[in-house]
Write a protein that binds this ligand. Structure first.
Ligand SMILES: NC(=O)c1ccc[n+]([C@@H]2O[C@H](COP(=O)([O-])OP(=O)(O)OC[C@H]3O[C@@H](n4cnc5c(N)ncnc54)[C@H](O)[C@@H]3O)[C@@H](O)[C@H]2O)c1
Length: 326
C-alpha cells in the first residue's frame, strides 16, 4: 500500500484526495491544511492523520510520497523540504513562482535523487492525449494551424485571495494559460518564433494571446480568467490538418472531414469518490496523472511524463511571453 501525504486541501488538494480515494493500492495516510475543516473534508473516509502546517506533515508523517497542492508562491519552500523526506514528490502546476525557484528545485532534485512530477494535467487529459496521438500518427497529414483556448470566470476561491494577486500566483498567464503552453510545447516542441499580447487588470495579468510560429504551421494560444462568474469555464482546441480538422468545443470532441462530422468517443472511468466544486465536473486528467504518479512510485520507476524539467521549461516559456515587448 503506497502511503500518500497531501499538503494543501483547498480546491486542488480536495480534487487530489478524491482521486487517491479512487486509485487502487494507495492510501491517503496524512493530510495537512491550515484550515482544519478543509483537511477533515479531504481526509474523510480514509483515516488519514491530520496536520496543520505542511511542515508538520513533512517532519512527522509516515508516508512514501508527498503531493503539494499549496498556493504557488509556497511550492518551492515546501518542495525543497519534502525532497529531504521522500523519493517521489508531486508538485501542482505551475511548478514555482519564478524561473530561479524552478532552477533551485532541479538542483535539489539532482542532489537528493527525488523523482518529481508536475501537475501539468493537460498532458493526461483524455481529449488532449487522443489529439497528441493523432498529431504523432500523421494519419490526417501535417498540421496546418491550431488554436488552444482556456477561458474562465475570475478565480475567487483562493486562500487569502492569493490567486488574483499576480505577485503570489503569476496571474492568468502563469496559472491558467500555462496549461496550454505546456501542452503545445510537449506536442509541437519549441516554436522558431513567437509573438504575445496581454493586458493587466490591477495586480493580475488577466488576458494573454500568443502566436507560436513553427516551420510550416502556426499555433495560437489564448487564455483569460477575467470573465463574469456566470460565464462557463471553457477549455477548447481546434487543430486543422491537411485532410481533417479535430475540434474540442461547443459540439464536443469532433473529427471533421469534407464528407463527415463524427464524434470522437472517449472511454469514461468508473469513479467512486465525489467531485468537489469549482469549474471541473470530472476527475478525468487528475485521476490519470495521479494514477501514473502512484504507479511509478510503487514500481520504483523514474517519472518520465510531466517531469520537473518540463514544468520548469514551460514556466520559463510563459515568463518569456509575459516579458514579450513589456
Ligand atoms: N491542475 C489544475 O488544473 C489546477 C487547478 C487549480 C489550481 N491548481 C494549482 O494547485 C495549487 C493550489 O491551488 P488551489 O486552487 O487548491 O488553492 P486554494 O487556495 O484553494 O488551496 C490552498 C490551500 O492551502 C492551504 N495552505 C496555505 N498555506 C498552508 C501551509 N503552510 N500548510 C498547509 N496548508 C496551507 C490553504 O488553507 C488552502 O486550503 C496551485 O499551485 C494552483 O495553481 C491547479
Amino acid at each position: 500500500m503506497l502511503k500518500i501525504g497531501l499538503i494543501g486541501c483547498g480546491f486542488m488538494g480536495d480534487m487530489h484526495a478524491n482521486c487517491y480515494k479512487n486509485i487502487k493500492g494507495v492510501n491517503l495516510t496524512a493530510v495537512a491544511d491550515l484550515c482544519r475543516e478543509k483537511a477533515e473534508k479531504a481526509a474523510s473516509g480514509t483515516g488519514a492523520v491530520i496536520y496543520g502546517d505542511g511542515k508538520e506533515l513533512i517532519a512527522n508523517a509516515d508516508v512514501d510520497v508527498i503531493d503539494i497542492c499549496l498556493p504557488t508562491f509556497l511550492h518551492t519552500e515546501y518542495a525543497i523540504a519534502a525532497m529531504e523526506k521522500v523519493k517521489y514528490l508531486f508538485i501542482e502546476k505551475p511548478v514555482a513562482l519564478t524561473s530561479e525557484e524552478g532552477d533551485s528545485l532541479i538542483k535539489k532534485a539532482n542532489e537528493t535523487g527525488c523523482n518529481i512530477q508536475i501537475g501539468q494535467v493537460i498532458r493526461f487529459w483524455d481529449e488532449y492525449t487522443v489529439l497528441r496521438d493523432i498529431v504523432k500518427s500523421g494519419k490526417y497529414g501535417k498540421v496546418v494551424n491550431a488554436n488552444f483556448r482556456r477561458i474562465s470566470p475570475r478565480p475567487d476561491w483562493g486562500w487569502e485571495s492569493w490567486l488574483t494577486d499576480a505577485r503570489r500566483s503569476g496571474g492568468a498567464a502563469q496559472d491558467l494559460h500555462i496549461h496550454d503552453t505546456d501542452y503545445v510545447l510537449s506536442v509541437f516542441g519549441q516554436p522558431k518564433d513567437f509573438y504575445s499580447v496581454k493586458n493587466a487588470v490591477g495586480e493580475t495579468n488577466s488576458y494573454i494571446n500568443t502566436l507560436m510560429q513553427y516551420e510550416d504551421f502556426v499555433v495560437t494560444v489564448e487564455g483569460t480568467w477575467d470573465l463574469p462568474f456566470t460565464h462557463p469555464f471553457e477549455a477548447s482546441f481546434r487543430v486543422v490538418f491537411e485532410k481533417a480538422t479535430v475540434e474540442n468545443g461547443a459540439n464536443g470532441f469532433m473529427l471533421y472531414t469534407d464528407s463527415s462530422a463524427e464524434k470522437i468517443e472517449i472511454e469514461k472511468k468508473e469513479l467512486i469518490g465525489t467531485v468537489s466544486g469549482g469549474n471541473i465536473s470530472d476527475l478525468g486528467g487528475y485521476y490519470n496523472e495521479l494514477a501514473y504518479f502512484c504507479d511509478r512510485a510503487e514500481k520504483n520507476l523514474p517519472i518520465d511524463r510531466a517531469t520537473l524539467e518540463e514544468g520548469v521549461a514551460s514556466l520559463k516559456f510563459v515568463k518569456k511571453e509575459l516579458s514579450f515587448n513589456a
